[in-house]
Write a protein that binds this ligand. Structure first.
Ligand code: XMP
Length: 331
């Protein structure tokens, strides 16, 4: 639209004026905000932008490939894929405390990121996907608000000693809906623009207890089935009602892997294998959430597919707790 194009033109002009011919670095997570910043900077300064994608191995099935595809084929930027999966695997080995996991994952991100930044010549700017609500929320955090006391999030950067960047935050006066609209106007695919919230620490906080490679594989496969089925369910609702995120649609949905085993039976054999927990909620802002009253046939299908298709899983449970008193995530 006219307004969207003029917003983009203004942002592009502002970025060019600020940056000149300097290099800009951006930590790309695959999330909406950093992707929109990348797309905007791509239009403004092209290859002067280095996007650093730190692959911690904790994203969902196919996500790293999708991110790489978009920012190597569709946008003409300098894209660095940091394969940090094994380093994260080692750092997380045996760690069971959720806040400890978050701390390790967050601080290793900056280790990986600054290692790339140091190898590049003359990086002057750091671009960030800070949006308007982040600024408000970080205010709340400083005064001991809810956001910091329940779970730590990792949007604020601790620069190491002696490191300095000037910040570029082109989204800092936009709300999430506006950021999505910008993303669409810039040509980002729907799977990025309409991506559901996904925690920075990724699947590590959806594996209860210690994270290891085998559990990650199980969770990725189960989660892919949950998303496929509930994407389709939301799509059916949309076709019937013409409305997205309306009555009955699910807002955030994923699989959780608890740290227990249970007995089952397959053919003539007793199994002693993993359960998977399905979490699906209706919400508008994640502050409160209702567990989704999914039709039984949808639940049946998800359960049937997971136990049939994911080796090592013999049971599926559905979390029927709202927030509060539970949180959306399990850790
Ligand atoms: P909870 O579990 O607190 O989650 O009800 C509220 C929303 O925030 C997401 N979430 C996180 N996002 N880093 C993030 O970037 C985190 O550590 C984190 N923990 C939870 C969660 O997915 C939900 O949308």
């Amino acid at each position: 639209s006219w307004t969207m194009n003029s917003i983009i033109d203004d942002s592009v002009a502002a970025i060019r004026a600020q940056v000149g011919d300097a290099r800009v670095i951006l930590g790309l997570s695959g999330g909406v905000d950093s992707s929109v910043v990348a797309a905007l900077c791509a239009r403004a300064i092209g290859k002067q932008l280095t996007c650093v994608f730190v692959n911690h191995g904790l994203l969902r099935k196919n996500e790293p490939e999708e991110v790489e595809e978009v920012f190597t084929r569709q946008f003409d930027v300098d894209f660095v894929h940091v394969h940090a999966e094994e380093r994260y695997e080692q750092l997380l080995a045996g760690i069971t405390d959720p806040e400890e996991k978050r701390r390790i994952i967050g601080s290793q991100f900056w280790n990986e990121f600054f290692a790339v930044a140091q190898d590049l010549d003359g990086v002057r700017f750091l671009a960030q996907g800070t949006i308007y609500p982040d600024i408000i929320e970080s205010g709340a955090r400083k005064t001991g608000g809810k956001a910091s006391t329940i779970k730590s999030h990792h949007n604020l950067i601790p620069f190491p000693e002696g490191v300095h960047f000037d910040l570029i935050e082109p989204l800092d006066h936009f709300f999430k809906d506006e950021v999505r609209a910008l993303g669409t106007a810039l040509g980002l695919p729907d799977h990025i623009v309409h991506r559901q919230p996904f925690p920075g620490p990724g699947l590590a906080i959806r594996i209860i207890g210690a994270v290891d490679r085998e559990k990650l594989t199980v969770l990725k496969e189960a989660d892919a089935i949950v998303r496929e089925e509930l994407d389709a369910y939301n799509e059916r609702l949309f076709r019937e009602t013409g409305e997205r995120n309306g009555e009955g649609s699910v807002w955030q949905y994923f699989a959780v892997l608890p740290d227990v085993r249970s007995v089952g039976v397959m053919g003539d054999e007793r199994t002693y294998a993993r359960p998977v927990i399905l979490r699906a909620v209706e919400s508008s802002d994640a502050m409160t959430a209702d567990w989704a009253k999914l039709p039984y046939e949808v639940l049946t299908r998800i359960s049937g597919r997971i136990v049939a298709e994911v080796p090592g899983v013999n049971r599926v449970a559905y979390d029927i707790t709202s927030k509060p008193p539970a949180t959306i995530e399990w850790e």
